[in-house]
Design a protein around this ligand. Sequence first.
Ligand code: BMA
Length: 842
Amino acid sequence: MPQNTFYLDSKWKIKDFSSSGIDDNELSDINPDNSWIDAEVPGDIHNDLFKAGKIKDPYYSDNSADCGWITEKDWYYYKTFRLPESFFKSKTFIAFEGIDTYSNVWLNGKKIGITDNMFREFSFDVTDLIRKNEENTLIVRIKSIKHMMKELPHQKYFACFNTARIFVRKAQCHFGWDWAPDLPAVGIWQGVKIIASDEGQIQDVFIQTRIDGRVSFFIRVDRKPAINQLANAKEEIRQEKIEDDLLVQVSSGNLVYEKKIDVRGGKNHLTIQVENPRLWWPNGYGQPELYHYSIKLLRRGAEIDKKEGKFGIREIELKQEPLKEGGFGFQFNINGTPVYCKGANWVPVDCFTGTARDEKYKNLVNLAREANFNMLRVWGGGIYERDIFYDLCDQNGIMVWQDFMFACSDVPDDHHWFVDMVIPEIEYQVKRLRNHPSVVYWCGGNEKTGSAGLKVSYGERLFRYIIRGICNDLDITRPYGAASPSSFSDLGNDMDSGDTHCNCLESSFKKGMTVFREEIEKIHAVFNSECAIQGPARYQSMSRFVPAEKLWPLNDLWEFRYKDNPYNTLVETYLDIQKNAAEKLFGRIDNVQEFLKKAMTAHAEILRAEIEHQRCRKWVNNGIMFWMYSDIWPTGTWSVVDYYELPKPAYYAVKRAYQPVLVSIQQIGGDTKVFISNDLLQELTGIVEFGQASIYGGTLWEKELNNITVKENESVEIADIGSRILEIPDSYLFARFRGNGQTAGATFFPDLWKDIDWQEPGLSYEVISETGVDGRFEKAIKISAKLYARMVSINLPGDMYARFSDNFFDLEAGEAKFVTIVTGANFNCNELRLSHWLTEWI
Ligand code: BMA
């Protein structure tokens, strides 16, 4: 019979002890009294303490500054459980899917093991210790991370933010980052399970697919090879009477393919041919088709173990070919088709890693798909994400660029014990993630010394040989890169090859900000894996964690929440940069609402310009992922979706800039050009119109081009319109495309927005349709403007959470736009309010 699994996920107790701890051999005497509090598993000590009223909300105001004592302490988790006789088999294990970080574990008073790495599972054999049908006591002592770190020999290494962290296999951003507080999570952050099994189980499965439908299964079972003499092994294995079989089924709807083979030893393999395979495609390139598989281990016909799951049929290739423009490309080909990568960098969704809700993952990945993303980079300073994240990426066609968890430092691979701690982590994660079709790239880590302008030092051996070797051993299907950024030259962050981290923010800021378009033009990366722009969160989010009296003027609390980066080359703090940049682009700021409005708009406009610039260079540039997608705690810096899952204006700007058919106006080398970028696998033929218009209505000049063709999956320059531009105040350029059922358009202010004399635009809306079933209400509205309306946004009664097809968009004079609004509860459309540039934003 298959193994039995029981999750120990309720009614745990915790208590702190001073870090020297009570003696290990006193543990059997522990009997929690009233001073122990309830704990959630999976969870985090901070969350348990908050729920028990022992600390103030660490996410409000500067309360996190009072939490330092928590990681000065050792924490004991206590749990009793009883399992019936019928649960047990010949072997019993306790497996911890994730403990953060250093711990000792006791069962029934006896020490069963230690853990030292939050990124891997630890499993202990407790066959002889566990009591059947009687009470068992499980204790986990998590040691003070601060005390543990004091011992680490970090002095000679370089690392941003904190040096001792580089020895600790724990999310590196837990020790503070330029967007995260120094508030290290602590606790049992993943499941704890008791497993009862018999010998002969399926240990792991690796699925390799070919786009012609061949699906190969490599299945490891815990059997020893039949003999030791290798030369004769094959023959003798054949002769040995092995009575176990593997039955593999692949299904999709009613279609089932199956194959049965004899178990020949530990390693087994077979290939199933799927007819007319439906391939897994990234978002925008086709459907992310998935198949179901099940593998049964049979002994004399009876099932003794089973594994099942989903997989996709697809092939990946990373082409780094010489370019005729010079340099080398960095192009992902999926199923033989070049895919232009559009996405963002993904950081943990919560400081307290174990508390993140599934619903949050669902909403964030949905929002990414809706914003036309096809790639997310799981950034190396965070965590290998939870299973649900990869399942969602599989289902939504979001390719995952998977960093290993190292960031912005040397990596001390000159210590053998450190390398020995890392190897099982990498093996565990590669095996865990390799069957996900969404995972397309393994990357050694983020901005290691040597890869981002810092001199090469410790860590090369680990990334170039050891991790590469493990990836190659366990997964020959995916490309591996030793670091991000990467390049073929000494300059790790070279734009002519590999992937690059670059943006216009610092250089534009130094030059007064209004030159940001020229600065963007200098970014000629072949792949822009990080492009970092900042912008605050909306007022309704900022006022949830900044007390009312601290909202204005900007003050130390804002600095505390914003964080900063001691390695940025500017003297200004991140907060200063946001405010000054916004003032340079949009004029003086006198209150918090104006600050948020102007700084959020700066974020949106600069990000839009960065993305459009790269898309117009399609196939010289092969993709862009901005920094960063969402926040780890409530703050107001790099993300486009804030901690409360509320999209900022920049989210919608990105969504438009990533749409499959993009019309863009670019100022390049003094010229002003119209481009169309087509990410569809369909050639487009249609009409292009461009011209200049007044914000008060009325076209100043216009030109129409018929029969314009844009090849599938290509970008083209349509026209240079620079010489036609008239110096007329309050005017702007426009360009539009229509054809093959597609429409797209762009407006562009060549001299930016500061001197435009914005007018009350005369907005109105009408309700086009309303549908609703339990838990999902969808309304379509049409919004019209009499004069040019800047940054139109829709507000629901009571600031109700909604998913908008678009928001914070511009409307030209006389233009109308359809917007759909999806909410979880119903509301009355009469209560909608529209905002724009001249109104207050909430
Ligand atoms: C990047 C990163 C992060 C950092 C971000 C913003 O380049 O990899 O470490 O937080 O920029 O500075």
